[in-house]
Design a binder for this molecule. Sequence first.
Ligand SMILES: Cc1ncc(COP(=O)(O)O)c(C=O)c1O
Length: 397
Amino acid sequence: MDNTDFATHQIHGGSLERKNFRPLVTPIYQSSTFYFDTVEQGAALFSGDEDGYFYTRIDNPNQRELASRLAELEGGEAGLVFASGMGAISSMFWSLLSSGDHVIADKTLYGCTHELLNEGFPRFNIDVDFADLSNVVNLEKLLRPETKIVYTETPANPNLKILDIEQLAAAAHNYKPDIKLAVDNTFATPYLQQPLALGADIVIHSVTKYLNGHGDVVAGAVVSDSETIELIAANGLRYFTGSVLGPFECFLVSRGLKTLDLRMEKHCANAQEIAEFLEQDKRVKKVYYPGLDSHPAYELAKKQMKLPGAMISFELDGDKGYCALFANACKLCRRAVSLGDAETLIQHPASMTHNTYSPEALADADISENLLRLSVGLESASDIISDLKQALDSCDR
Ligand SMILES: Cc1ncc(COP(=O)(O)O)c(C=O)c1O
């Protein structure tokens, strides 16, 4: 290096040898590319004959570590992380589907997932049927030789509908063993529910939510068997979507994950108290929370979930304008979409997260105009209840 110019020194000078510093926490490998000792080594890495890293869209130590932690928590063989939940969902679908294939989905889904299936896929000659999959007979009626994927959320966004994962997996696999049952486990997290152990084939996450838990990252994940994950990595992520999660975001999620169980316990304890408060208030017409025995799938939720989660939806005894008046009067609960953060968030699905649904599709999916969705945070439950109460009182005046 001694005889080189300033410009070369400023790039190569003084580099520390990359030795093992033994950090407790995995450092951020903020590098888009990785050098090869020889051209032959580069070729071996590209062909897969040697394991290692060469380009962060393909693989990176932070991505690999986070994906394997998520796979372990979900009880899957392998995982992959993405730049968003939608990146995970679209990469999974584009990897597994071809023109002429058929998908069956529950009719209650996150708005953008619904839009991808309802508007996006028909443009590529992929046929999608939506049905109420809380009755397994509705799935059995729609299964056909071209069916490749059955797609579900449970608990579903936004109305907390619960589906019987074991029953749906059995029905799909009895019809054809290679049909994939995919479950979006965002609302539950692997701490509360493990779809693979119940017979599902693929688990999807918006990691943006509870897994990260601090409202400062957008990320997604897929967990499945190694063969499926290899396929999604090799084409869905690599060139269909390129929806790659940055090393810094991986680092933040890895940090958030360390407290997942503690956060979920507190989120759920808060939610139970708040749901009970809402249910006894006459001004609240209906509360959707799987931890209330008024929920139609209360027993099923108890069977397949450790705790009922921390998402609550409720209808007020008033129209859409009354709901807006109420939500605008909240002081502690923030008016915001997303969920799973330390802060309690309130939103109006029909005009926000589910505004991609037509009015008919909203009605068909039981998402009413006066439904509000609450993501219960980690504040004190009594303070959240006081806020909701003062907002209800203020609407009475
Ligand atoms: C259940 C569910 N799945 C998927 C997504 C999409 O995730 P992202 O916003 O990280 O793309 C969301 C977003 O709100 C969601 O609620």
